[in-house]
Design a binder for this molecule. Structure first.
Ligand SMILES: [Mg+2]
Length: 366
């Protein structure tokens, strides 16, 4: 596939409410979109990097810089999605930037071939059950109101963001208010250390599906030690940046569940590799979220339809984050989102909305 050029487009998406995690509070999503243009089709990739390097070392300005300065010059004249990863391998890290570029190439390739992301990746169902990620709140009553709203909307699983000082009490309150049948899990975004093991073990009383990333990103050995002290299964997110990391974490016993975010690990091809490896090892996976617009959400929903995604993902409806999405909004039906079936991502940006939220564009001919 011959690429004519690539557009880097920055958009600013106000969030419907501030989203607080253990590493910070977001009120708007600053997104880098990559549009790959070929003679036959165009493809979109959404970069999941945040404005600041707090979730991981990547950030939006850095991703744009590495794409224009190192990734695009490394692409061969003719390339398909499989060739992108190989061509970019000499550049260390920058997986979110690489994922955005590879996804845009894959989207163009699939649109040209008339094949959907779901079909290409191996989706086994036409809709996926949806969970929702609930940020840290100022008070427990405020949290209970928020959770009640999401339960009312039909979300089948609730995830609470936690941090030291906001863990046992809010989890207890949600469990007591909504009962034992509610699928409930927590995400610490690396906010604890192994010395907090006894406090974290108090969460065992609440029958959580999992505790996500309690310790630092590079603490696979300490996660394995913690896993032996908890009944609640440990799920890793930030720690897993590649299939090799996943294999190491499984071998060490650092986790028994993995949150797959394609952006974090370099793209949907690597996501499928991790899915296949986890499935072969009996490790459950689910699809996380990075406050994606409809473009990124479409690809995630397709991925979440693979057979090894046995837990509900953070693949929420558009209005969880945005009053107006850049695509037709994803809407929950009976707690599920439909897997798009059209060519490529199966969704398009709506031109007028895209223009409205765009803050900068840059055209790079190849
Ligand atoms: Mg997480």
């Amino acid at each position: 596939m011959k690429i004519t050029g690539v557009e880097l487009r920055r958009i600013a998406m106000p969030l419907v409410s501030p989203f607080r995690t253990s590493f910070g509070t977001e009120t708007a999503r600053d997104v880098l979109l990559v549009r790959v243009v070929t003679p036959d089709a165009e493809g979109w990739g959404e970069c999941v990097a945040m404005s600041e390097p707090l979730y991981s070392s990547e950030y939006v300005d850095g991703a744009a810089e590495v794409i224009r300065r190192f990734l695009l010059p490394a692409l061969p004249k003719n390339v398909d999605a499989y060739g992108v990863g190989r061509a970019l391998e000499p550049v260390k890290g920058h997986r979110m930037a690489k994922a955005a570029l590879e996804t845009a190439v894959l989207d163009a390739q699939l649109r040209a071939a008339g094949e959907s992301f779901g079909h290409f990746l191996g989706a086994a169902r036409d809709r996926v059950p949806c969970g929702v990620s609930v940020g840290i709140m100022d008070s427990v009553p405020q949290l209970l109101d928020a959770v009640a709203g999401y339960v009312e909307e039909g979300y089948v699983r609730i995830k609470l963001k936690i941090e030291p000082g906001w863990d046992v009490e809010p989890v207890r309150a949600v469990r007591e208010r909504f009962g034992d049948d509610l699928l409930l899990q927590v995400d610490a975004n690396a906010a604890y250390s192994l010395t907090d093991a006894r406090r974290l073990a108090r969460l065992d009383a609440f029958d959580l599906l999992l505790i996500e990333q309690p310790l630092a990103n590079d603490d696979l050995v300490q996660h394995a030690k913690l896993a032996r002290q908890l009944q609640t299964p440990i799920c890793l997110d930030e720690s897993i940046e590649s299939a090799e990391h996943a294999a190491a974490a499984i071998a060490l016993g650092s986790c028994s569940i993995i949150n797959i975010k394609p952006g974090r690990i370099g793209g949907y091809l690597e996501a499928r590799r991790i899915h296949d490896m986890c499935r072969a090892n009996g490790v459950a996976v689910w699809c996380g979220g990075m406050l994606e617009t409809g473009l990124g959400r479409a690809a995630n929903v397709a991925l979440a339809a693979l057979p090894g995604f046995t837990l509900p993902g953070d693949t929420s409806g558009s209005r969880r984050y945005f009053a107006t999405d850049v695509t037709e909004p994803f809407e929950l039906v009976d707690g599920h989102l439909e897997v798009p079936t059209g060519p490529g991502l199966g969704v398009e940006p709506i031109p007028s909305i895209l223009e409205e939220v765009t803050t900068a564009t840059e055209w790079i001919p190849l």
